[in-house]
Design a protein. Structure first.
Length: 270
């Protein structure tokens, strides 16, 4: 059984432009990374291998598991979870088969349209999710530059800034496992019941996670004022890998200039 929850009371994907802007604003204030909609990652939940399942649940870490895939906000709360994929599945494939991704590609998520990173910027930048190397790069999913070969200073800075923003999803899974110690050992329930346990504990995690208060400086905009990016630019440009690379390059340049922070220079190998 695969459970996907984006609009259950405990897990609510933002449904308006204003709500997405608030999530993005929090990422910029807390983690100094603009235009982020959520951080993506998967956690392997160790299970007893189901009867007659062969190696279906055997993952790259060499144990049997189901995957808890999550989109997390800047405070460490689950906005969206997808539970129950077998351990062999990659985070990227789970995401691309999720209801969240389908809504994103249909243009029904009501995410903000692209905007300038700072006043006077020559180009506009779309809003996006952030993930690790396992994800496919596109205009709405940013990932680090490949570490194969030598990276430029600009690329190193980008990778550090993205790693710093993405750390919230790892911290979220860490707090989640600390709160519910059952996930630190083998779960001997059947797979369907394990899925339900994961769902219930994720809901409890959100209830227990207190959001840091940050001033809401989002402009008074409506969905009509900021139409979905697909309705303004069309879907084809967002299928372009070349366009996604340009977006990532623009972000990396921003982190070297107007978006730079003092502490980034001590974190890279100059």
């Amino acid at each position: 059984m695969r459970l996907s929850f984006e609009n259950v009371n405990a897990f609510q994907v933002p449904s308006t432009v204003e709500e997405w802007l608030k999530v993005s604003q929090d990422f910029e204030k807390i983690w100094q990374f603009p235009h982020v909609l959520a951080a993506l990652d998967g956690k392997h939940i160790r299970i007893k291998n189901p009867n007659k399942s062969g190696s279906m649940f055997f993952n790259f870490k060499h144990f049997n598991s189901i995957v808890l895939f999550a989109a997390v906000d800047a405070h460490g709360k689950f906005l969206f979870i997808d539970v129950g994929c077998n351990g062999k599945a990659s985070d990227s494939s789970i995401f691309q088969d999720s209801e969240l991704y389908k809504a994103l590609k249909k243009g029904s998520l009501k995410i903000p349209s692209e905007s300038k990173l700072f006043p006077g910027a020559a180009k506009k930048t779309p809003y996006f999710f952030i993930g690790d190397d396992a994800f496919a790069l596109d205009a709405h999913v940013m990932k680090p530059f490949s570490r194969c070969g030598k990276l430029s200073t600009q690329q190193q800075v980008f990778n550090y800034r993205m790693c710093r923003a993405r750390i919230i999803v790892g911290c979220t899974f860490g707090r989640y496992a600390s709160r519910f110690r059952i996930f630190n050992r083998l779960i001997e329930l059947n797979v369907d019941n394990t899925d339900l346990v994961v769902l219930a504990t994720c809901a409890l995690h959100n209830y227990l996670t207190k959001e840091r208060t940050t001033p809401n400086t989002c402009p008074d905009l409506t969905s009509d004022a900021l139409p979905d990016v697909f309705s303004t630019l069309g879907p084809q440009i967002y299928k372009s890998y070349k366009y996604a690379c340009r977006v990532r390059d623009d972000l990396s340049k921003y982190f070297m200039t107007d978006g730079s922070v003092d502490f980034q220079w001590s974190k890279i190998n100059l």
